[in-house]
Design a protein around this ligand. Structure first.
Ligand code: HEM
Length: 410
């Protein structure tokens, strides 16, 4: 939805007393045209003038901009609670992401094993086969749309394998995912979200019930017998964990693939580094994740506190944009240059602290394998025709990315 001036004014929350007038700055991370024009570069001009600012949109929220503060806020669950994970947001129990320690620790421990490097290594062949099959589909096409054909299809396929979801229902899963995570704004959008949430909840509830009576060799079946404090987890707990994995796992790798391929299509010299030395791929992936960190996390202040030089009040909402943190010159010299040899590279694209991404090993495995196979088979490509559109929200990324294949090995 486009925003005219008058509509923006209507949506502004009056500045509370604890917010200094010179720290008010507009950020509408869902619909703001200035933000959506470049949701990652948007922050680059803000980190200098604002260590922290307050945006009047979406009920009003603080926004930290610098690595050191964002990193600290991720560690300080005592000051910054995860009980609401979005701006705007409402309190829902999504296990384990909306829990704070020590309760969070109990649930998180349950999920660490199925996402450990050793378990993820068992998926390598599937990731390889799926990547190759998707490349087969596009390699002769010339120009094609990358997000639908590759960036969504790869993680969704792997996710179905992992959770034991039927592959022929992928279209429905992607639709639910998109509506829940990326549609925001008017009453119609909110109603679509409500319906999608309800349908997904029912679907996953049925799935958990079915796997309880007939376990398969999949992650949902593996969750059901888990125990917390000596009792089996409840059906609602299993549904909640599955629901979170569904939202966290499908969309993030899609965004990462979109950002990485856009960059590589525009920068042949970086692509050449991958072609001439594929061993650099793990470092290239880390650097591209740093440069395009795309998760805009948020927290709720637990008590009145001075932080980043301002007085935050209990209940204030705070955005922790990883995209801004990861391009902060104070932590990453020459931060706006992509350097595959960057050392050290302590990026926080996967956040840090207790909620650090559970799926980082899976995400990395998908990105490494996709990048290697793609460049073996499709070394030369460039951006195709048409504008690149982005979605905002908590996970920002391209909606549509047209690529043209300009050369494949004989
Ligand atoms: C490049 C891809 C990915 C990125 C950049 C990413 C980023 C993040 C970030 C920043 C958080 C912290 C959220 C917070 O503090 O509120 C997070 C948490 C989480 N991620 Fe990821 N993620 C990615 C892929 C995945 C995948 C593939 C999965 C699972 C299949 C996954 C599952 C989760 C879960 C379950 C949490 C919550 C952990 C907790 O609360 O303890 N993520 N991720």
């Amino acid at each position: 939805m486009g925003y005219g001036e008058s509509q923006q004014d209507a949506e502004r929350t009056p500045r509370p007393e604890n917010v200094p007038a010179d720290l008010v700055h507009d950020l509408d991370h869902w619909n703001g045209p200035d933000y959506l024009a470049d949701p990652i570069g948007f922050w680059d001009d803000l980190r200098g003038p604002y260590r922290v600012f307050w945006s009047p949109f979406h009920g009003g929220f603080w926004c930290l901009t610098r690595y050191e503060d964002i990193h600290e806020a991720f560690q300080r669950a005592d000051l910054f609670s995860s009980r609401i994970t979005n701006i705007p947001g409402r309190e829902v129990r999504l296990l384990p992401i909306t829990l704070d320690p020590p309760e969070h620790t109990t649930y998180r421990r349950l999920l660490n094993l199925p996402f450990s490097p050793a378990r993820i290594a068992l998926l390598m062949d599937k990731i390889t086969d799926r990547s190759n099959a998707l490349i087969d589909d596009v390699i002769d096409r010339g120009e094609f749309e990358f997000m639908d054909t590759f960036a969504k299809a790869l993680p969704t396929g792997i996710f179905c394998d992992l959770l034991g979801l039927p592959h022929d229902e992928v279209k429905k899963f992607l639709e639910w995912n998109y509506i829940i995570l990326h549609v925001h704004g008017d009453a119609e959008g909110q109603e679509r979200q409500r319906i999608a949430n309800e349908e997904l909840g029912t679907y996953l509830g049925d799935l958990v019930a079915e796997r309880t009576s007939r376990p398969h060799d999949d992650l949902v079946s593996a969750l059901i017998p888990l125990e917390i404090d000596g009792r089996p987890i409840t059906r609602d707990e299993a549904v909640s964990m599955t629901y979170l994995l569904f939202l966290a796992g499908l969309d993030t790798v899609t965004s990462a693939l979109g950002w990485c391929w856009k960059f590589l299509a525009e920068h042949p010299s970086h692509r050449q580094q991958i072609l001439s030395n594929p061993a650099i791929i793990p470092k290239a992936v880390e650097e591209l994740l740093r440069y395009h960190a795309f998760v805009e996390d948020s927290r709720t202040v637990t008590r009145d506190v001075e932080f980043a030089g301002v007085m935050m009040k209990e209940g204030d909402r705070v955005m922790l944009p990883t995209s801004s943190a990861c391009r902060d010159e104070a932590e990453f010299p020459d931060a706006l240059t992509v350097d595959f040899e960057r050392e050290p590279n302590r990026h926080i694209a996967f956040a840090s602290g207790p909620h650090r991404c559970l799926g980082s090993h899976l995400a990395r495995a998908e990105l490494h394998i996709a990048m290697e196979l793609w460049h073996q088979r499709v070394p030369d490509y460039e951006l195709g025709q048409g504008e690149i559109r982005y979605h905002g929200g908590a996970v920002v990324g391209p909606d549509c990315l047209r690529l043209t294949i300009t050369g494949v090995p004989a």
